[in-house]
Write a protein that binds this ligand. Structure first.
Ligand code: 9WN
Length: 443
């Protein structure tokens, strides 16, 4: 597929998933607006229409909770109840609590990794590169700055009362890498209690159930939703009671970078010095926290199970957290691991692209979601981080190989690492968005 054709197709995918001011994550599997998907989608849209890109984020942030939380899903009121589980009815009781946004409650009670500030600034950069919509983009950044600050404050306080610099999650869905081996030992410790039966519409939208999380995992996912709902999503109570309580190094690294970007946005917004001092302190704390989670044997950063009081040992792309956070002292080791057989160096791979879980990890499964498949959106995050670290050549290769993979025109959600087959949902919005960003050139 020629680059101009791929670009046109990617823009078409985003148009077809456009629900009027917001974009569904995919045509059938995900009929709602997801938090971090939306941010990546805005990055793609920025190359087409500044106003529409800003609107994507505005519509998500309109549902921000009073305590600053940006919900992981904003539900589409028009999606039939049987289209996704757990849907708005399931979350209703929890989403009508004190901290939730104004009624009718249309969100889940969870959150996802904070890529939003990164996306917001990229809207401006893309507008500047196109020489169009710059004033609008600057206005948009000034407008959303307080919301982004409140979001980061929420993560730095309610999700880190220990001031460790690391974000606590109450549910694997909050990591965005749901069934990753990252969470296996912590999930195994969760005892599922009494709860109503449920159906899984997600299985109707993939050709093979092995591409999605297992029934064992789903029972725990849905039970944890129950646990969170029962306490009205109250963070302090969940700290005491939740059977799943983990520090997420990927979300924490993203937060470090997002805080760096927030400093730039604070500058544009003419924010008070106090804000900047606070943001800088969060950045420092984040680096410190990640440093403590470094595993010298694996040469990767590891999540931490607060309930069990032990590191969660696995070899996944989340281990590259210090690279994403821009910690210079880990760069050389991480690049070595990235190039090694454990990630992109195996000659058996269809493309030298990092599987979500290393084929050398015991939890690896080449077709199962976050257990092995290559996720184009994660490649974007790594590409962006490598570029920021000055690793331009390596970044360009990662981009070019991902684009080669995407030339099948499917815009798959994820890809089998050895065969290159598109898996999960086709026409996945964030896949199209990152392709668009790459094809449009450097903003
Ligand atoms: C649960 C929408 C989302 C992504 C997540 C991905 C998947 C949902 C699901 O899809 O999660 O949030 O139903 O499997 O894991 O990263 O945001 O694309």
């Amino acid at each position: 597929m020629r680059p101009e054709d791929m670009m046109a197709r990617a823009a078409q995918v985003l148009r077809e998933n456009d629900m009027g001011g917001w974009t569904r994550a995919s045509p059938t599997l995900y009929p709602h607006q997801w938090s971090w998907d939306s941010a990546f989608i805005a990055i793609g849209l920025a190359h087409v229409d500044t106003g529409r890109a800003a609107e994507e984020m505005r519509s998500l942030l309109a549902h921000q909770w009073k305590n600053g939380k940006v919900p992981h899903i904003v539900f589409n009121p028009e999606a039939p109840p049987e289209s996704y589980f757990p849907g708005p009815e399931h979350w209703a009781s929890a989403a009508e609590g004190e901290a939730s946004p104004s009624t009718p409650a249309r969100t889940s009670g969870l959150c996802q990794p904070p890529v939003h500030a990164i996306a917001a600034l990229r809207i401006l950069k893309a507008a500047e590169a196109r020489g169009e919509g710059v004033i609008e983009a600057r206005k948009f950044l000034r407008e959303i700055y307080p919301k982004l600050l409140a979001w980061h404050r929420y993560l730095a306080t309610r999700r880190d009362p220990e001031e460790s610099g690391l974000v606590t999650i109450f549910h694997p869905w909050e990591s965005g890498t749901d069934n990753s081996p990252r969470w296996v030992p912590a999930l195994e410790r969760v005892e599922v209690g009494e709860m109503p039966g449920y159906e899984r519409p997600d299985l109707n939208h993939v050709p093979d159930p092995s591409e999605r999380p297992t029934g064992y995992e789903y029972d725990r996912f849905i039970w944890l939703v129950e646990v969170i709902k029962r306490v009205g999503c109250d963070e302090a109570t969940l700290y005491e009671t939740s059977p799943f309580l983990a520090k997420d190094v990927l979300a924490s690294a993203i937060l470090v970078r997002a805080n760096e970007v927030l400093l730039d946005i604070a500058g544009l917004a003419g924010a008070p010095e106090d804000d900047r001092t606070q943001i800088k302190a969060w950045i420092e704390r984040g680096h410190r926290g990640l440093n403590e989670r470094w595993d010298p044997t694996l040469g990767l950063c590891l999540d931490y199970d607060l309930r069990a009081g032990e590191p969660l040992v696995s070899r996944t792309i989340a281990g590259f957290a210090p690279l994403i956070a821009g910690s210079a002292d880990r760069l050389k080791t991480l690049l070595g691991i990235l190039d090694s057989h454990a990630f992109t160096g195996s000659p058996d791979l269809r493309w030298p692209l990092p599987p979500s879980t290393s084929p050398e990890d015991p939890g690896f499964h080449p077709r199962s979601y976050w257990r092995g498949p290559v996720w184009p959106v994660m490649n974007w995050l790594l590409w962006w981080s490598l570029d920021m670290c000055g690793e331009r050549k390596r970044a360009a290769l990662l981009r070019d190989h991902t684009l080669a993979q995407l030339s099948d025109g499917c815009f798959g959600e994820y890809y089998e690492p050895f065969t290159g087959e598109a898996l999960g949902s086709n026409d996945q919005s964030w896949t199209a968005a990152v392709a668009l960003d790459w094809l449009a050139g450097k903003p």
